[in-house]
Design a protein around this ligand. Structure first.
Ligand SMILES: [Zn+2]
Length: 290
């Protein structure tokens, strides 16, 4: 599915649907607090009867004048995630769907993980003859130095099960294959395509900024998990590394792009996935393409 807006952005879905209760994902979204939001009445984003957030796990493929950039690689197939049934030993048609969308694995020039959580690195690798190998043979995998160094340190402690141990099957094999390019948080991939640091959800969380001189799009990963956080930018997720910093980063971002016409495309928004943030008398809100 091509997303609205002036840039060539295609969405390939690994899974989508009603996921968890609002206050499971966003601890501040208690039943009372959530019911007071406008988003809580929007059936595109909330399973109202089931009181669950509708979420998507997708990759965004950006076709630029020079490159084909795959942003966030979902959960992946064959990954051992025993504590999370939906993610454990998946066997989905993601790669076939990517090829059907016009992007066979060989065509990807860059893979960009906005951060290194398990649902953003999974398809970095696939299991071939018992070994995890890079899924995208011709791609440079761009990783933010701060993020890599943080998780490298955390995963050294065998007592800590960080990110469902996805480092071992989805990040280390990329480093071993020498396909990783470790960069600063403001790295420019090509003119008009650059990273922007957005720390808080994770230490090295980044946003991909597309700017053609006229229009802008921000692929924000998990800086926003759900549209309700546009209305309530101070609501951080339970998965945020530093909830306070995440709230500050989110609030600054939402107020900064409001009323600019920029497209905001997160990693987990259900269709229509891309929004334009606006400021109105009640605070921040959003519109979607007709
Ligand atoms: Zn995520």
């Amino acid at each position: 599915m091509k997303l609205p807006g002036p840039f060539h952005i295609t969405r390939v879905v690994e899974s989508e649907g009603a996921f968890r209760a609002p206050d499971f994902i966003l601890p501040d979204a208690t039943p009372q607090a959530f019911s007071e939001t406008r988003t809580s009445k929007d059936p595109r984003f909330v399973d109202i009867a089931g009181h669950r957030l509708i979420m998507s796990f997708h990759s965004l493929i950006v076709r630029t004048p020079r490159n084909i950039i795959l942003v966030d690689t979902c959960v992946g197939n064959d990954k051992q995630r025993p504590t999370l049934p939906e993610w454990h030993m998946r066997n989905g048609p993601y790669l076939e769907d990517l090829a059907k969308a016009g992007y066979p694995a060989e065509s990807i020039t860059h893979v960009l993980c906005t951060h290194l959580h398990a649902d953003h690195v999974g398809w970095n690798t696939r299991l071939i003859n018992g070994r995890w190998v890079p899924t995208f043979p011709n791609a440079k995998y761009i990783m933010h130095r701060t993020e890599v160094e943080h998780w490298q340190e955390v995963q050294k402690d065998p007592e800590k099960v960080a990110n469902h141990r996805s480092w071992n099957d989805s990040v280390q094999p990329i480093l071993d294959a020498k396909q990783a390019v470790i960069v600063a948080g403001d790295y420019e991939i090509e003119p008009g395509v650059r990273l922007m640091p957005a720390p808080g959800h994770s230490p090295g969380n980044i946003v991909l900024v597309l700017d053609d001189g006229k229009d802008r799009a921000f692929l924000v990963g998990d800086t926003l998990h759900h549209p309700v956080q546009i209305e309530r930018p101070h609501w951080s997720s339970r998965f945020c590394w530093d909830a306070q910093m995440s709230a500050e980063t989110r609030t600054k971002f939402v107020s900064g792009v409001a009323d600019t016409g920029a497209w905001v495309i997160p990693a987990h928004f259900a269709p229509p996935c891309a929004v334009q943030i606006i400021a109105d008398k009640d605070g921040f809100w959003f519109k979607t393409a007709p």
